[in-house]
Design a protein around this ligand. Structure first.
Ligand code: MV4
Length: 450
């Protein structure tokens, strides 16, 4: 097992990793920018190292500074959290070259899944159902037209270096295709330095359902069920739940086994998320994330597993603590992402938290790095914390969420809490009746009514 883990992140996820290390008796090193001197992850870590000025590129993304912090502290492993360097294959390579464990997959697997064309090719070869589309990159308009005619319009042009919604263009008719291709290619080239694009059938009203997987890097893998993350705004998830209201046990088991078998076959190591669009009872792979995700606590709630414990175990070569037969799904969980943002305009609202009270009680978890008197800096994402509630049934979970939202107090900054108070009372949400466009449509209607 590792002696000392350096946590190359900040905020709630740095605390989340720190807690797992403490439970495992592993010493912790926090790194931080000068904007985060007073951050909770710095206060709670055994040691801390300042790695640079506020801009992330100079601190949390600064590989030489993080390596120096490893060297100074004698850390034998790095946990990257999510975002920042978590899916940076070069970082994983560099750590390996310095004999420091990267708590995550191999650099090669990060690289494959970071290239969306390569990821799709790999997924398909491993038996995962994919969205109908081009076999690889499309290079000329005539070839694109041939593929589009075969799969049928509307089609979506996606950037291979994109992901998370960046660099996508819809072509509704053959007349739109040429412009969609050239625009997507130009935007991808400018944004990512890679103008490779591919074509997919455009799905109109899917849900976003993702499967949590875990591999031991030695050919064993399990799935931990799915999460429904359809409620998003501008490709930012707002509300995530497990199970998906749209799936039954047989569907869960079928897609879960497909994913676990694929991960076993590729000898995947660590936590991964296989993202699907789900429409008319069919799953269509879109991307794979090779990191721990923000919404992992809903999976923890319904499986009772600690995903960061498992990440650390497999990175240390100890294998998973469970087999597939040990994994049991218990009840329902919902996570609300509480952002320091205006609940109507979503404009960031950094500043000092003048009063803070966390909710508690049965089935309520808050993962947050903030405290009363803490000042949210303007340099990073606006996530203040996550409220995760668990109940035996979805209805119990919703009742508990309503109660927890009533208890929580965050004063001094604007937050998205009022949005969740509205959502929990909404008949569509209560019925689990929503797709990837529901939230944006709801917000547009609410803005009009106001
Ligand atoms: C799609 C799609 C429809 N059809 N692919 C957006 C983010 C990226 N992960 C993939 N995305 C989409 N891919 C096909 N073939 C619609 C989206 C999409 C979306 C997906 C998940 C959650 C929210 C979304 C919002 C808009 C579009």
């Amino acid at each position: 097992m590792f002696n000392k883990v350096l946590i190359a992140n900040r905020g709630e996820i740095a605390l989340r990793v720190l807690r797992a290390c403490k439970e495992l008796g592993i010493a912790t090193v926090a790194v931080h920018s000068t904007a985060d001197n007073a951050a909770m992850h710095v206060r709670l870590a055994d040691e801390s190292v300042c790695i640079g000025p506020p801009p992330a590129r100079d601190s949390y993304l600064n590989i030489p500074q993080i390596l120096a912090a490893c060297e100074i502290s004698g850390a034998d492993a790095v946990h990257p959290g999510y975002g920042f360097l978590s899916e940076n294959a070069r970082f994983a390579d560099i750590l390996e070259a310095h004999n420091i464990a990267f708590i995550g997959p191999t650099a090669e697997h990060i690289r494959v899944m970071g290239d969306k064309i390569e990821a799709k090719r790999t997924a398909k070869a491993l038996g995962i159902p994919v969205v109908p589309g081009s076999a690889g990159a499309v290079t000329d308009d005539a070839e694109a037209m041939r593929v589009a005619t075969e799969i049928g319009f509307p089609v979506l042009v996606k950037a291979s270096a994109g992901g998370g919604g960046r660099g996508m263009k819809v072509a509704h008719t053959p007349a739109d295709l040429s412009l969609a291709l050239s625009t997507a290619r130009a935007e991808a080239g400018a944004a990512f330095g890679d103008d490779a694009v591919y074509l997919e059938k455009y799905l109109g009203k899917p849900r976003h359902i993702e499967v949590q997987v875990f591999g031991d890097g030695m050919g064993k893998a399990v799935h931990l069920g799915e999460r429904d993350c359809s409620l998003q705004r501008r490709h930012q998830k707002v509300w995530e739940e497990a199970r998906s209201p749209a799936l039954d046990d047989a569907q869960r088991q079928r897609i879960g086994e497909i994913c676990a078998n694929a991960m076993a076959k590729m000898k995947y190591r660590g936590a991964g998320t296989i993202e699907f669009l789900y429409e008319n009872g069919e799953f269509y792979f879109i991307e794979m994330n090779t990191r721990l995700q923000v919404e992992h606590p809903v999976t923890e709630a319904i499986t009772g597993l600690d995903l960061v414990h498992e990440q650390i175990r497999v990175a240390a070569g100890l294998g998973l603590s469970v087999t597939q037969d040990d994994v049991k799904f218990n009840g329902h969980a919902i996570e609300c992402r509480i952002n320091a943002e205006d609940p109507r305009t979503f404009a960031p609202s950094p500043g000092q938290i003048s009063y803070y009270h966390a909710p508690g009680g049965l089935g309520v978890r808050v993962d947050s790095g903030v405290y009363q008197g803490y000042t949210i800096p303007p340099f990073y994402d606006s996530l203040i914390g996550k409220l995760i509630v668990h109940g035996r049934t979805r209805n119990e979970c919703l009742m508990r969420l309503r109660r927890a939202l009533d208890e929580i107090i965050v004063d001094g900054v604007k937050t998205t809490l009022p949005l969740f108070q509205d959502l929990v009372e909404n008949p569509d949400i209560q019925a689990g009746n929503y797709d990837i466009h529901w939230l944006e449509q709801y917000l547009a209607a609410a803005a009009k009514a106001a």
